[in-house]
Design a protein. Structure first.
Length: 226
């Protein structure tokens, strides 16, 4: 095994501490920004659903504001968003580089996408369930918890899986501006020093991460489907 690694990944073997650190940084960015994005995106997705025309707490002013703000941030390429948010990132995190400096732009880049995914997942709900809940006199909060969220768990799981995979891609892109992680590792050594095996190793780890998330998401969605 060692001979195989030395043959096909010679440059990676000489940089194993940096390689392991890059993997750890990527996982940190995904987990930390992912949890924040999940909470904020879930709330925004619910608000988009319940405040739209015909929603359980219809409010066109709130809906239009959220809709326009989300569309605005979704229209900005992530690499430009990274640069544009540097002052805000420094204000919140105290730095614009490394894992700490990547969290803020990753959240801003992920939340709009996830909010739309949640909106789509909730839109698949059977209208008959809403009508039944309303006919029994359930209030908006109970409908959101007992109907929208409870009955849409498989869709929410799928949305979360898609978003987590997208987030891994964003962390790799963030590496281009000093955020660390596998993206930074691949650029510094694989691209700038023309060490192709470093690039392949980074891609392989990213593929494994994506595959693990997809498999876990499929299992959870299957078990929660009823």
């Amino acid at each position: 095994m060692q001979e195989l690694l030395n043959t096909y990944f010679p440059n990676v073997i000489t940089k194993l501490p940096d390689f392991y650190e890059s993997i750890e940084e990527t996982v940190q960015m995904v987990v930390r920004s992912g949890w924040i994005s999940f909470v904020i995106g879930l709330v925004l997705g619910i608000l988009l659903t319940v405040t739209k025309r015909g929603g359980v707490i219809q409010n066109q002013i709130v809906f239009q504001i959220l809709d326009k703000v989300i569309n605005f941030f979704r229209s900005i390429p992530f690499i430009i968003l990274l640069a544009g948010l540097i002052p805000l990132t420094r204000l919140i995190a105290g730095t614009a580089i490394g894992v700490e400096g990547a969290i803020v732009p990753l959240v801003f880049g992920t939340v709009p996408f996830f909010a739309r995914q949640i909106e789509s997942a909730l839109a698949e709900l059977n209208p008959g369930l809403l009508e039944a809940a309303q006919s029994m006199g359930d209030g908006p909060i109970k409908i959101i918890i007992s109907v929208y969220l409870k009955e849409s768990i498989p869709g929410i799981v799928r949305a979360t899986t898609i978003t987590a995979i997208s987030l891994i891609g964003l962390t790799a892109m963030a590496g281009a501006v000093g955020a660390g992680g596998l993206g930074d590792f691949a650029i510094r050594f694989g691209y700038q020093r023309n060490q192709v095996d470093v690039t392949y190793a980074s891609v392989l780890v990213l593929v494994l991460l994506v595959s693990a998330i997809q498999i876990a998401g499929n299992i959870i969605a299957k078990k929660s489907t009823h």
